[in-house]
Design a protein around this ligand. Structure first.
Ligand SMILES: [Zn+2]
Ligand SMILES: [Zn+2]
Length: 452
């Protein structure tokens, strides 16, 4: 046998040493997997309690910034952490070093509380490669079932509009999820507009002695749909480009305009129901019309519609910043933020602009985050309480011997070199057969899987 010749060329004691080394690798790996289980528990809790919400877009964005994971790995950790919240069997196996993180990660892509037990068996029996193959095949069955359902849903979309005998128009329908979401949002916005207007005028319009019943929700919805239809026709069915969505009217005192250093030289006309700070955010990067007033407040001149940040400058800004500059964000889309607002005389120049995503643009205007540009050109962000928000956080404290510390912490766990060993004995693994036996929806899929 080959092993004999191997043993002959090397001392016997070395083989035993290598075995020990192998065992140590296996045991420490199981410890690390158990620690990963604990880590995922912490991430799940942190995520659920929105510990990342202080300025970060998501738990994954926070992990990228704070722990130094690459964005893909961070998203995956959060996904697995969330999934394990409803999969106690897999969570337990990981926390006890019995299944590797790689296996658990693969299994959580398909496991549901109903199928968890069976998939746990797959994880225990197979190698990571088997698990990966079975999960891929499992997903294909899931996807086929899902696609069939989505197609069925999509096909069933319909809107029936017809006139009733009494002349009323009846509307009945089923909408796609996306179209439905847009409709619900539009109805809410229209209701808000109508309801607010009614509240404002009712005192003058309706005599106090006539008791006016407030419209029911269903009546409000009907009115809202009418307003939506009217608005849509008014705007010629143009959804508008993102940059043109907001148009800001600025009222400027003609006399003050001549002195650009004068404080409060311009005032924004507030949108009907946005706060001043929201108006300032919208105005940061918007279309702008300047109206000059004479001393009596009459409009004497209406300027042409211009962009607050000209297209050429915006291109350079995108090129320089590449994405949102908020620490840990980097989203490649953004709005131009005036560090000193143009309404306060801040210039529209590269040094006074910073690219921020929608989420973080809101953070600096409405949520009290601050940003300033230092003399060396770097940006400095502060939290609402004034603490600095560094681009790179300070590293975590690590004990001198992390492996020893890990073993000490796992005192109660029985982890040894064979804890995570698959029960597979080397026989041929048929993925198609496994899926047929295990997957609740796999009827007659195995032939196709075997072919694929
Ligand atoms: Zn801004
Ligand atoms: Zn951002």
């Amino acid at each position: 046998m080959n092993t004999d010749s191997c043993a002959a060329s090397a001392p016997v004691v070395s083989t035993a040493e290598l075995d020990r080394l192998g065992d140590e690798i296996a045991e420490l790996s199981a410890h690390l997997d158990a620690a990963s289980g604990r880590l995922l528990d912490l991430i799940r809790e942190f995520d659920a309690r929105e510990g990342w919400g202080n300025g970060f877009r998501s738990c994954a964005a926070w992990l990228t910034w704070r722990v130094g994971l690459d964005p893909g790995a961070a998203r995956e950790r959060v996904r697995v952490a969330r999934a394990l919240g409803t999969l106690p069997g897999l969570a337990h196996a990981l926390a006890h070093g019995e299944l590797s993180y790689a296996k658990v990660r693969a299994l959580t892509r398909v496991a549901t509380p109903e199928t968890e037990e069976r998939l746990l068996g797959v994880g225990r029996a197979g190698t990571a490669e088997h698990v990966e193959r079975i999960v891929r095949a499992w997903r294909r069955v899931d996807r086929n079932a899902e696609a069939a359902e989505a197609a069925r849903h999509h096909k069933s979309r319909a809107l029936h509009v017809y006139q009733d005998e009494d002349g009323m128009v009846v509307v009945r329908g089923r909408l796609d999820r996306e179209a439905g979401a847009v409709l619900i949002q539009a109805l809410a916005a229209a209701r808000e507009t109508l309801y607010r207007q009614t509240k404002n005028v009712s005192a003058e319009t309706f005599p106090a002695d006539v008791s006016v019943e407030p419209p029911t929700m269903a009546q409000q919805q009907a009115d809202a749909l009418g307003l939506i239809a009217e608005t849509a026709l008014h705007h010629g069915m143009d959804p508008g480009s993102p940059g043109e969505r907001y148009q800001v009217v600025v009222h400027v005192d003609a006399a003050v305009l001549e002195d650009p250093d004068a404080a409060g030289q311009s005032a924004l006309e507030h949108g009907a129901h946005v706060s001043a700070e929201t108006a300032r955010r919208l105005a940061c990067d918007a279309s702008r019309v300047v109206m000059r007033h004479d001393p009596d407040g009459r409009v004497v001149e209406v300027g042409a519609l211009t962009r607050t940040i000209p297209a050429a400058l915006r291109r350079v800004l995108h090129y320089r910043d590449r994405g949102c500059r908020f620490p840990g964000c980097g989203l490649p889309l953004g709005q131009g933020h005036h560090i000193q607002h143009w309404a306060n005389g801040g210039p529209t120049t590269l040094s006074n602009l910073a690219l921020l995503c929608r989420r973080h643009h809101r953070a600096v205007h409405e949520e009290g985050y601050q940003v300033e540009r230092l003399p060396d050109g770097e940006l400095r962000f502060r939290r609402p309480d004034g603490r600095r928000l560094p681009d790179v956080p300070s590293p975590a404290m690590v004990p001198g011997d992390p492996v020893h510390a890990l073993r000490m912490q796992h005192d109660g766990l029985r982890i040894h070199a064979r804890t995570a060993m698959p029960t597979w004995l080397g026989e041929r693994v048929s993925v198609a057969y496994a899926i047929d036996v295990l997957h609740p929806l796999a009827t007659g899929e195995s032939d196709r899987l075997a072919a694929g």
